[in-house]
Design a protein around this ligand. Sequence first.
Ligand code: HDE
Length: 720
Amino acid sequence: MAKTAAPDHSPALDNALADHQPGEGQPPYATQEGNAGETHQDAGAKVEPAAFLTDNFGHRLSDNQNSLKAGERGPTLLEDFILREKIFHFDHERIPERIVHARGSAAHGVFEVTKAIPELTRAGLFQKKGTTCPVFARFSTVAGGAGSIDTPRDVRGFAVKFYTDEGNWDLVGNNIPVFFIQDAMKFPDLVHSVKMEADRGYPQAASAHDTFWDFVGLMPETMHMIMWAMSDRAIPRTLRMMQGFGVHTFRFVNAQGQGKFVKFHWKPVLGLESLIWDEAVKIAGADPDFHRRDLFESIAMGSFPAWDLGVQVFDEEFAAAQPYDVLDATKLIPEEDIPVEIIGRMTLNRNVDNFFAETEQSAFLPTNVVPGIDFSNDPLLQGRLFSYLDTQKSRLGTTNFHQIPINAPKCPFHNMQRDGLMQTLVPTGRANYEPNSLKEAGEDSGPRACPDTGFTSFRENGERNDPTEKVRVRAELFADHYSQAALFYHSQTENEQAHIASALVFELSKCAMEHVRARVLSRLRNVDETLAKRVADGLAMDLPEKAPAAREPVEMKPSDALSIQKQAQKRTGMTFEGRKVGILFAEGSDKATIDQLKADVEAAGGAVFLVAPKVGGLSVKGGTLKADGKLDGSPSVLFDAVASVLMPAEAEKLAKQGAAVQWFMDAYGHCKTIAHCNGTKVILAKAGVEPDEGVVPNEKLMEVGPVRHFAREPKIRDLA
Ligand code: HDE
């Protein structure tokens, strides 16, 4: 169905559209010219009117009325992907409604600055009179569900999203300047008490019931707000004639870093108007959508609602002199004490095109502030700073909810956040971390922080002489990055140090960017000069200049607890526990020897895995023996130590097999204990196994244990 442009919308047009049934009496395919939406849709692009009906993947549908059946009266076929997609999508149409403020109506508009206030805030928006920015405003009731009436006695949400050049600023307020509670901790209790009662599921959208008034009676801090909620403010005549308030005390910060407290006010150009309670009740029956319809129709008719944005600005001195705390959201500042200064006007001039895509999916975040607007320590506000991001993720189902067009900023946004459910952006390159030096290799290195123009929190809390400061810094001692790196390195055995050097050489050899290798070497010089030299040699590179240390490292006494090998040397007993020994046997091997080895290892808490050229069962001296694994599928890397029991003739045969030779070569190369019988020697010789303390007759297996014999390593491997 063709989309209706908002300003043309009228009940008459509604009827005309309802009568139009595309598909009925038409050929299955419309003409080529008619298919305006044939081009692909970019993410977030408007769905253009189109003549061809397709499924979600662009396949044209020939019949959208009848499911596919096995014969006229037969069962529906599972094959019917068209039916399945249509029903499946329908099944998933709903998302969780907002926990509070579920019932809302919204519109697009524009905000224009009518008074520049650079002396108060560095926010780009407010630097020049006449600056405009697009806005999206959503008005809501609080307690009722998404389908509830528009005119209950309730607070109204007044949330405005400013799409500024410096990012979104969300002023998420109410039509009442104070709130029920003082601390975020009480919010779930407040909301539970006012929503429909937990056992009976009613009343809907009403505060006139036991639990709410029970809460009120027990929480005297609600009294001020109760005055407002019981006043005519809670039954506005129209959304267009109610005030809005930021409620909390916020902070303006100017380019010099000076801060002032600020409270935000929206004043309706049409003035304030409320209903009489009796009217509100009757309207609830006569037109439950009274406010939604009123907003939509006013805008559609070109009668655009407008509000002036005003500010009450004050300093710490004023705050300290009041008989109330400006951080307490149950208090207002009388306009007689601090007048409201008007700085801009919002005009709502465009209805949403799609209620779900825009109004329902809009996500407001009090944390959306721009440089020059900051928070105060109001404990209610502080709780909100956490809550909204969390709720949007669960309501919209993904951390990428900011990509939904209504939530996306209209200025560019770049960062290294990646992936996640429903990712619609396609970032290119590999700069998904920061810092990076990919630029030095001629690659795109991605965006960087901008200390001058980026958001910085107002440093001094300043409220009631709070001595703490908000800072993004690390304490001075955190600047020592090398002392403990050196401590670790110097605590290792010679062998372990060689492993570290080898690992660095291996890893950096895989690193194709030479400037990166050089930078790491320059840092290693702060850890240990010989290590740096060793690694440089391994890479065939010259040692670069030593990197300057942010803080000179200090000498620390080496610690044996940091070395695996030193720990292993100190360990007594238990060496077989949790370890596995592979025993190689073949045709004719001596079963008694194998059984004895197995029994000894198992008695010591270890496990044995029998390896043979064939698994089905070999005849051995003393019976038949089945292997747990075939030789070429059970390499010695799977075991902590190996043993072998072989008749000389079988050993001769195995010595010609790569798998057998490799079995011992690897065990030797990996510094493992090799216990063996005499017959095995022919394979050991072929595998280059030289006698050492870890190459022992089978009888010595238990004595030596499944430990590593690192003394062997220099013989077999050129350590960097
Ligand atoms: Fe909200 N509030 N709120 N609130 N609030 C939500 O966020 C919350 C409070 C307000 O049109 C939720 O997206 C906590 C004060 C408006 O989409 C949720 C606390 C004020 C809207 C939430 C408060 C508001 C919300 C529900 C106490 C006036 C609707 C869905 C610390 C200044 C925005 C959502 C829209 C919505 C939490 C108190 C205004 C659950 C925890 C005070 C206008 O995140």
